[in-house]
Write a protein that binds this ligand. Structure first.
Ligand SMILES: [Zn+2]
Length: 467
């Protein structure tokens, strides 16, 4: 009871004091800085406007602290960063008609209209989850509007964004005039498209490097090379979707800066690990997304309590495939319902490769940035990050390593001037932070035990955010 009362006092104090934009100090908490793994007991975080002015241990001169907020018993971390989301997807059942076509249940244009009208809701769900910055790794040109809107909205994460995905394949069902995926056939086309994107100042250019029997690794390689060269000429980094070892290797050899998803077809070899280290590649594993299509379609969805509580209820309700009339179920879903064990077997096979690969890359010192691929069917915007943490733990990462992936490392993927001022609790950094009730270094599950989220110096008592 006493703990509950302290939380309320802390939350109220923060809300009141910061509304007045005065200097405030969070006093007496344990400060966790995953960037260097340091844990500072009895620390004081001084916040002046939207920036951290000072982080110090021990007793401080009260005259320099402004308004003091007692945070004894709390744990303060940099705000989490999800480095792989897609705002053009809602995570509901109807959001990827190219993968499972439910147009006869809900036309895709209605789905897109709903998504565009619910951006504020999605932003708030990130803040509720302690996520104060996200990277949208590809979507339609209106993604650039999303970035603008988010960055002008107080209760929203900071947003970095890539434009449409450059790919060897097209996805007609997603094309309503502003497609998220653009098929590029020649190096010249690639250069021209990158120049068009560069006008919008993307934070990243994204290549969707899809390989199958009709699209071998080498046939797309000259296009990948041209895309990367032209992007680098405009000082834009390139992220590549590559899930096979040889595709990922080709992408890095051609100059990619970021690999998204995991290598899932075979164990990574030492030469690949060395290549990633030598080239200072950042890899974002997005483990959670690998289970969510199969689990949704086979009616075996394993949403976490965080997702159930903080995900959008309409999105979650849609994921029950048994509510869809039989004759309107896509074949892929019918098959999954007929043989649910096969879906789980496929997921296990993926994790049997992806999890050890993550551990090997982490142990070798490759920069790993946490990310979920939220927005894909069943991967819930905001709290999906906590399922990602569970899977990173299963891979063998320590809580501190996971927190580093979700803060300091993720800030590197975010990039730019903002990326250089997020992900750490240090002087001059943005006052984006999470105040927890229990210690995430003891158990990563505590990372979601959130009392208050602060973004840009404005504090949001966790329980008030989604009201
Ligand atoms: Zn993605």
């Amino acid at each position: 009871m006493k703990i509950v009362r302290i939380c309320i006092v802390l939350s109220v104090l923060l809300a009141v004091s910061i509304a007045r934009a005065e200097k405030i100090s969070l006093v007496g908490a344990t400060v966790i800085n995953p960037a260097d793994g340091k844990v500072l007991p009895n620390a004081t975080v001084v916040i002046n406007g939207d920036k951290i002015e000072r982080v110090a241990m021990g007793k401080q001169d009260a005259a320099t602290l402004g308004k003091q907020v007692n945070c004894v018993g709390k744990f303060i971390l940099p705000g989490y960063i999800d480095t792989h989301v897609h705002f053009f997807q809602s995570a509901d059942l109807f959001t990827r008609p190219d993968g499972a076509d439910f147009n006869s249940v809900r036309p895709y244009k209605d789905e897109v209209a709903w998504i565009k009208s619910h951006l504020d809701d999605v932003f708030a769900r990130y803040i509720r989850s302690g996520i104060t910055s996200v990277v949208d790794v590809g979507g339609p040109m209106w993604n650039f509007e999303v970035r603008k809107t988010a960055n002008a909205t107080a209760k929203a994460p900071r947003v970095a964004v890539a434009g449409p995905l450059i790919s060897s394949v097209s996805r007609e069902k997603l094309d309503l005039g502003d497609p998220p995926i653009v098929k590029i056939d020649t190096p010249d086309q690639a250069r021209e498209f990158v120049r068009k994107l560069a006008d919008q100042k993307p934070d990243l250019v994204k290549i969707w490097y899809i390989v199958d029997k009709d699209h071998p690794v080498d046939s797309f390689r000259p296009i990948a090379r041209a895309t990367i060269e032209e992007s680098h000429a405009h000082k834009i980094r390139v992220a590549v979707h590559a899930t096979e070892l040889e595709t990922a290797r080709a992408a890095v050899e051609e100059g990619a800066d970021v690999l998204v998803h995991s290598v899932i077809d075979k164990p990574v070899d030492d030469a690949f690990v060395k290549l990633l280290k030598d080239r200072h590649i950042i890899l974002c594993p997005t483990l959670v997304v690998f289970e969510r299509y199969g689990r949704t379609f086979s009616q075996q969805l394993n949403l976490t309590p965080e997702e159930e509580k903080w995900g959008n209820p309409a999105v979650i309700a849609s994921l029950d495939v048994t509510k869809i009339p039989q004759d309107k179920l896509p074949q892929r879903v019918k098959d999954a319902l007929t043989d649910p064990k096969a879906a789980l077997d496929r997921i296990k096979k993926t994790y049997d490769v992806a999890l050890p690969n993550l551990k090997k890359l982490e142990d070798a010192g490759v920069t790993i940035a946490a990310g979920t691929d939220a927005g894909n069917i069943g991967t819930i915007h905001g709290p999906a990050l906590f399922r990602e943490f569970q899977l990173m733990k299963e891979a063998g990462l320590t809580p501190m390593q996971i927190l580093q992936c979700a803060t300091a490392n993720a800030a590197k993927l975010f990039g730019g001037e903002t990326g250089a001022r997020i992900g750490k609790l240090e002087n001059g950094y943005f006052a984006d932070l999470v105040i927890l009730n229990s210690n995430p270094v003891d158990d990563i599950a505590h990372a979601s035990d959130i009392d208050t989220v602060m973004k840009n110096g404005v504090a949001y008592p966790a329980d008030s955010i989604l009201r």
